[in-house]
Design a protein around this ligand. Structure first.
Ligand code: GDP
Length: 309
């Protein structure tokens, strides 16, 4: 018997759009959101969890809606001085954002786990959904590029995804295990929704945490996803470069093939509807919808479609 909650697998900005929609069409407390922590990084002596923060600030209605990350009405006074001390000033940590990183780092020092810290941050910022890091262990995504090996955030922000990616490596992933009860949540969820996030470095990391893929494949008929690729192009970010790097075709078909073992239902954009028969040939029920979430209405419509379909 499935329960009435939904499990959501999420990265950052792409995921946050759908999650904002979901939290507007169902009770936010029905969402159990498993968030990628492969982007986590330590800078200025502080523990930073970029994807967890994006989802938290979005659900707390504090996010900068233009950028999709960080706080609204942010200032960067502290960063301007940090830049004089550190050469990692390329990371856009605003003054309010730094408060979260200080609080998180303080709690880590006191011995709290990443999951416990996430709960405390959410409670304090008024988030009703249950945010869960993909694991408590440290996992860090590194990319080897034609300009050298670097942390994914450095590639993404400092180098603006320009270097050619030759290899992707999730350091520490072999020691990662899901947070307590996550596999049970997947087993019992009404639906499991994989956000339109980067399949390689957002969802791909979560999928490599021990037992997650197997848990999803057992409930395949309840696993739903939305393609982050429309007409062969990502809406934003380096998804195309990373898909190519792992030998995937950059299209909703490439994403479907990557998720094939555990995906029961796939929502592709209306513009890609001619590809529906090919994806159905992989044994995945396929639906066409307007998946470009340009405003809150569109986010809510897509979320409603996923809940009802
Ligand atoms: P990041 O970690 O901040 O890059 O964010 P995610 O991994 O969650 O999402 C990145 C992916 O979201 C990219 O592949 C985008 O193509 C996809 N994306 C962003 N906005 C939209 C949208 O409105 N519709 C769809 N279908 N995909 C989107």
């Amino acid at each position: 018997m499935s329960k009435n909650y939904y499990v959501v697998l999420a990265g950052g900005v792409g995921a946050a759009k759908l999650i904002e929609g979901l939290a507007n069409v169902i009770e936010p407390k029905l969402l159990k959101i498993i968030v990628n922590t492969g982007d986590d990084i330590e800078l200025f002596g502080l523990k930073i969890c970029p994807d967890l923060d994006i989802i938290t600030y979005t659900l707390a209605n504090l996010v900068d809606k233009e950028k999709g990350w960080g706080f609204a009405n942010e200032t960067f006074n502290c960063l301007n001085i940090l830049k004089r001390y550190y050469d990692t000033g390329w990371f856009n940590a605003g003054d309010q954002d730094l408060a979260t990183h200080i609080y998180r780092t303080d709690l880590f020092k006191q011995g709290f786990s990443k999951a416990e810290i996430t709960n405390l941050i959410c409670q304090n910022l008024g988030v009703k959904s249950h945010l869960i890091p993909m694991c408590n262990e440290s996992v860090q995504t590194f990319v080897t590029t034609d300009s050298g090996t670097m942390h994914f955030e450095e590639y993404f922000i400092k180098h603006q995804c320009k270097p050619e990616v030759i290899n992707i490596h999730f350091e520490g992933i072999e020691n990662s295990v899901p947070v307590k009860n996550v596999l049970k949540y997947i087993e019992k969820a009404r639906k499991i929704i994989i956000c339109p996030s980067n399949p390689i470095v957002s969802i791909g990391t979560i999928l490599q945490v021990k037992g997650i893929k197997k848990a999803l494949s057992k409930v395949k008929d309840r696993v739903y996803s939305i393609s982050p690729i429309i007409e062969g192009i990502p809406v934003k970010g380096p998804t195309d470069k990373l898909m190519k790097c792992v030998g995937l075709e950059v299209s909703c078909i490439g994403v479907a093939k990557f998720y094939q073992d555990f995906l029961g239902h796939f929502i592709i954009d209306n513009k890609d509807c001619f590809l529906k028969p090919e994806i159905e040939g992989l044994g995945i029920k396929t639906y066409c919808y307007d998946t470009l979430m340009v405003n809150l209405e569109k986010k809510k419509e897509l979320a409603q479609f996923i809940i009802k379909v």
